[in-house]
Design a protein around this ligand. Structure first.
Ligand SMILES: Nc1nc2c(c(=O)[nH]1)N[C@H]1C(S)=C(S)[C@@H](COP(=O)(O)O)O[C@H]1N2
Ligand SMILES: [Mo]
Length: 331
């Protein structure tokens, strides 16, 4: 296996937007429009249902370029003015234990993961269970760009321009039953393709969960791409969750199953180290991990450290989800 550190051509974020020639990214303009709203993080209410009966709009055009260059993005910073992390860093510094625990080797190990065809089973306590082809998900739900901070519990962070659609749109389409209180997500289980799953250190497949109101929050995204391109395997292709106010491990990759359930799901991390990883995992600088502080973080691409923000900087949007709850107790 080839293990070498990649050193791509570095493009300053400030140059990405204007100079790049627009390359047939379907719905890019809608994405840009959605971005200006989400970049300001204004009112984050549900935006209405997208019915299953919507006419398919055809397959997303891919760039046909599996190379290591970023595609078009709509802004060079997040809403706090922080620069986007370089594409090269986002695709070469990864956590994906199904392949390896070595962050700089994941991209090589995961390169051949078959991400097409791909189906996602959505069921459990819903009125309209269904099996969705990834192409249908892309076609049925408008793909928008969302620039989010990603904060790993290991205390490094990035700013990533995702492409995807809010989970609440898919939930509205399947219609959760009144008894549903939580959403449970599962990653592909395929030890032949994912050699890390042969390790008995973890109880595979990777599982994560959200409370239903968290899952329905407009910030909660199902991502299909980043930097204007389809996701690469190392980032969780073809479909991964992104919950920007929680530690990165909640943002489960390569999802094959989404279930509405009536009890709090036990995640892979809760099962493997219950004293270290809780269900909520909201970013909280005042609640240290048992083995290290969470007060500051290392932004990939920057020197030095920066202070960690409560709820990863999304406090205004999400604090009301936890009114009256003990955030240190619900770690
Ligand atoms: N299936 C699966 N999802 C996963 C992980 C994993 O090991 N397996 N790692 C998590 C962790 S710890 C982080 S920080 C993020 C990293 O996402 P990135 O590699 O796209 O930056 O993915 C999360 N999702
Ligand atoms: Mo992480």
């Amino acid at each position: 296996m080839l293990i070498k550190k990649q050193t791509g051509i570095e493009i300053p974020p400030s140059q990405i937007t204007p100079e790049h020639i627009y390359r047939s990214r379907r719905r890019f303009m809608q994405g840009a429009a959605a971005l200006s709203a989400t970049a300001l993080l204004a009112a984050c209410g549900p935006q209405g249902n997208t019915a299953v009966t919507d006419a398919p709009r055809g397959r997303a055009a891919t760039t046909g370029d599996e190379g290591k260059e970023p595609g078009q993005v709509a802004a060079a910073t997040d809403e706090l003015g922080d620069s986007l992390t370089k594409y090269q860093d986002i695709i070469t510094y990864n956590n994906y234990y199904e392949f390896t625990t070595d962050k700089q080797t994941v991209s090589f190990m995961a390169a051949d993961l078959r991400t097409s065809p791909w189906q996602v089973e959505v069921g459990g306590l819903v009125r309209n269970p269904g099996v969705y082809d990834i192409d249908d998900l892309r076609a049925q739900f408008d793909q928008e760009e969302r620039i989010y901070r990603l904060r790993c519990v290991e205390a490094w962070s990035m700013v990533i321009p995702w492409i995807g659609f809010p989970l609440h749109k898919l939930l509205a389409a399947v219609e959760p039953l009144a008894a549903a209180t939580h959403v449970r997500f599962e990653t592909l289980y395929d030890p032949e393709q994912m050699p890390g799953q042969k390790s008995s250190w973890f109880d595979w497949p990777y599982v994560e969960g959200l409370r239903l109101d968290e899952a329905q929050h407009d910030l909660t995204l199902l991502a299909t791409g980043l930097y204007g391109k389809d996701l690469l395997p190392q980032n969780g292709a073809p479909l991964r969750l992104v919950v920007p106010w929680k530690y990165g491990f909640k943002s489960i990759k390569s999802i094959v199953k989404i279930d509405l359930v009536e009890t709090q799901p036990t995640s892979l991390w809760m099962a493997s180290a219950p004293n270290e990883y809780g269900f909520y995992a909201n970013v909280n600088p005042e609640a240290p991990h048992p083995r290290w502080s969470q007060a500051s973080e290392r932004r990939i691409g920057e020197l030095g450290r920066r202070e960690t923000l409560k709820f990863n900087g999304y406090e205004a949007q999400v604090a009301s989800l936890y009114n009256g709850e003990d955030l240190r107790e619900n770690f």
